[in-house]
Write a protein that binds this ligand. Structure first.
Ligand code: C5P
Length: 303
């Protein structure tokens, strides 16, 4: 049997997502606070004669929209890493997907980050941290954060990440939506609305202060997503989701990244499960409970 390595990468949410006016390169400058939460994709790699990718769901995750050809971000990650080292090797990549697809939680970015780390170990490439972060940034704005995990301040287009102090253990009710959303479409809608909603540095500071003190009410008051107005403009059904979370008694609601997943901040694990059950009874499918911060991309198994 050929050797295989399994690496796990977490979902991310943005506790604060400040978005500036579009740059010349088409990306938007971000001032964001990322948190890694306890929903994961596991990526298993083994040497193979050609690149391939296979995806299986964990729980209720719908994987039908995940591409299985060379456009899959895990294969793109593998190709970038082998090109960087000038080696002509290939791998079969298996993804067990626990992060909702096209949900605004960077599931594809998690797969890319996990693939980079898994192949680096499989072939003992000893890629430096700086090179790994640079390759990650080339693959997508959220991929460097998927590598480091925890809680981090993100700038640039999101790819420049610095860990921040986080002394809380935060609990989230996660409400995915069966219909995914295109990130570029949400950013385009944001451009049309204008960037008046840009939250500026003070809101980032409020989130970071709340995280540092571990104060739940302060964090609840500081959560903010500049993309939320644009996303709700595109998808009125999400207003119903947000109202359902509010009525169920969460401390604060927040759109995850560019959506459509909605998050509710709650006091503790018991409360999270109570609210999850209330939402399931009210007819919401696939509601999850997650905690953060959790570790970034890490090895879980090798054979
Ligand atoms: O970097 P990533 O591939 O995840 O970005 C996907 C798309 O999201 C980009 O092509 C762009 O349309 C939009 N985006 C943006 N500004 C960012 C990050 C992403 O406009 N900072």
């Amino acid at each position: 049997m050929s050797r295989s390595i399994t690496v796990r990468a977490p979902a991310k949410i943005n506790l604060l997502l400040g978005v500036g006016p579009v740059r010349d390169d088409g990306f938007h400058p971000l001032d964001t606070v990322y948190q890694a939460i306890s929903l994961y994709d596991d990526v298993t790699v083994a040497e193979s004669a050609a690149w391939s990718v296979d995806v299986e769901p964990i729980g209720d995750v719908d994987v039908s929209e995940v591409p299985l050809d060379d456009s899959n971000i895990a294969i793109r990650a593998g190709k970038l890493l082998t090109a960087h080292h000038g080696i002509g090797r290939h791998a079969a990549i298996g993804i067990s997907k626990g992060i909702p697809v096209a949900g605004g939680m960077a599931g594809g970015s998690a797969d890319a980050a996990a693939t980079l780390v898994a192949l680096d170990r499989l072939w003992d490439l000893q890629t430096t941290d700086d090179d790994l972060l640079a390759i990650a940034a080339e693959l997508g704005s959220d991929v460097p954060f998927a590598l480091i995990g925890g809680t981090a301040h993100g700038t640039g287009r999101g790819e420049l990440v610095e860990p921040v102090a986080d002394h809380g253990t935060w609990w989230w009710v996660v409400v995915p939506n069966v219909e995914g959303m295109s990130t570029p479409a949400v950013y385009r809608a944001f451009d049309e609305v204008g960037s008046d909603e840009h939250s500026g540095g003070s809101d980032t500071l409020a989130v970071r202060t709340a995280l540092e003190s571990g104060d739940l009410d302060d964090l609840a008051a500081a959560l903010h997503n500049d993309l939320q107005g644009a996303a709700l403009g595109l998808r009125r059904d999400l207003v119903v989701t947000e109202n359902a979370l509010r009525q169920a008694g969460v401390l604060a609601t927040l759109l995850s990244g560019s959506g459509p997943t909605f998050l509710g901040l709650v006091a503790d694990q018991d409360r999270a499960h109570q609210i999850r059950e209330a939402l399931v009874e009210a007819g919401h499918d696939g509601v999850l409970v997650a905690t953060g911060p959790v570790a970034g991309t890490h090895l879980v198994d090798y054979v």
